[in-house]
Write a protein that binds this ligand. Structure first.
Ligand SMILES: [Zn+2]
Length: 429
């Protein structure tokens, strides 16, 4: 099945090894862009430079709510899309002899949190003990650089893929997935997709992922001076009462019989997270308004729509409590409305990933049922395209001192290079 002779395989792997320094150089450049929501421009421009460096002609794909909002994979956005267009690049072979492939990765990162808690500043990449530290280093700028260096490794070996290869650098993986959806909808379908998202402290293959719904609850209380507190409804206390209803819901959702086989053995796969809270005005005034932003996990077998209905019911029930009488409770859904997804290991692209990893590293790619989500769901649920999500060993992604293993990055680059060459076939440049 493979037109890849042992000499070519060896040459490709040697090229990967020769690219080790360049790999870290590009990773550092990407991490230096603090590409949080709405501020992805620098990282997107860096991706244009990187794609050009690979000899490709990048172009922009806008995320257009008017054309995408009726798509089942769409999530209600949080900010405007102007000036934040996704970047894609396409390699076209002289003669198509193999299968086409998409390499996909998101450039957005989650906020750094308390920057003073980081050992080194979050957007100044640093190497310690064989690992690169920085926000986004693991999730997932290392993976993006790996797929680019995999492509470059073929070129250095005098080869190029003998099939179309698309590369998508997208925004908003961390809050909607709409950037991925826009690129998927705008580009021709390929025979498979690889997304090098990081593994949890090990090189991991995503076997499944939960869905996620984002909800915002705003409570407007009944104001009063603290000396007649009993006359008012404190918005912060009311929001807290509503939040506790979600903690009971979370416990219920994690009961054994509700957990899908793909997540068996995992402690607490369905999580409700209160991510933001804002409210109150003055220590000696009864708080008039409080807003909480939360993220509610969706187990396989359930859908985002069903969980949305659960949230509406929970909020309505909590708001009807006596203690909240007179308070106004509003519920809004902005951000993720994402269904859970499985990534079967018996697809051709998954089997190739496991086989290439074994050859490239001498190790075994580990199964990872993820309690977070990736853009991979779009391709599987709505794109009818097999998708393999696997990547380097990263620690504390979304946390303080996020980091990724350097040897692991190189192993993934070698794996991606072999997978690319074997999936697409190769031709001489
Ligand atoms: Zn990610």
């Amino acid at each position: 099945m493979s037109n890849l002779d042992p000499g070519a395989r060896r040459a490709i792997l040697e090229s990967c090894d020769a690219l080790r320094e360049e790999t870290l150089d590009w990773l550092f450049r990407l991490v230096r862009h603090p590409s949080t929501l709405g501020r992805e421009q620098g990282a997107l421009a860096e991706m244009e430079r990187l794609y050009r460096h690979l000899g490709l002609a990048p172009r922009r794909i806008p995320t257009v709510p008017e054309t995408l909002s009726s798509h089942p994979g769409w999530s209600p956005p949080l900010v405007d899309y102007a000036g934040r267009d996704n970047v894609v690049a396409v390699h076209t072979p002289r003669e198509t002899r193999g299968r086409s492939l998409t390499f996909q990765g998101h450039v957005d990162v989650v906020p750094e949190g308390a920057a003073d808690m980081w050992a080194t500043p979050p957007y100044e990449p640093a190497i310690r003990d064989g690992r690169v530290y920085g926000r986004g280093a693991g999730d997932m700028k290392a993976g993006i650089v790996s797929y680019c260096m995999a492509f470059e490794a073929l070129r250095r070996a005098g080869l190029q893929p003998a099939a179309e290869v698309q590369m998508h650098a997208v925004i908003e993986e961390e809050c909607t997935g709409n950037g991925a959806l826009a690129c998927m909808a705008a580009m021709p379908k390929t025979d498979a997709v690889i997304i090098p998202e990081p593994g949890p402290g090990l090189d991991g293959y995503y076997t499944a992922e939960v869905g996620v719904v984002w909800a915002w609850v705003t409570v407007s209380g009944r104001p009063a001076h603290v000396r007649d507190m009993q006359a008012g409804v404190n918005a912060i206390e009311a929001a807290n009462a509503i939040a506790s209803a979600f903690k009971s819901y979370e416990a219920e959702q994690n009961r054994g019989e509700r957990i899908h086989a793909a997540f068996r053995g995992l402690n607490h796969p369905v999580n409700v997270n209160f991510g933001t809270v804002e409210g109150g005005e003055w220590n000696s005034s009864v708080a008039t308004r409080c807003r909480i932003g939360m993220r509610v996990g969706v187990m396989l077998g359930n859908t985002a729509r069903q969980v949305k209905a659960d949230i509406e019911r929970l909020v309505a029930e909590a708001a009807a409590q006596d203690a909240l009488r007179g308070a106004k409770v509003e519920l809004a859904f902005r951000g993720f409305m994402a269904d859970p997804c499985e990534f079967p290991k018996d697809t051709e692209i998954a089997k190739l990933a496991f086989r290439s990893y074994a050859e490239a590293t001498g190790g075994t790619l580990r199964d990872y049922p993820a309690t977070g989500l990736t853009d991979g769901r779009h391709f599987v649920l709505h794109g009818d395209t097999p998708c393999a999500v696997f990547g380097p060993d990263a620690v504390d992604i979304h946390g303080i001192d996020e980091n990724v293993g350097i040897e692991s990055i190189h192993g993934i680059t070698r794996t991606l290079a072999l997978s690319l060459a074997e999936w697409c076939g190769v031709e001489r440049i």
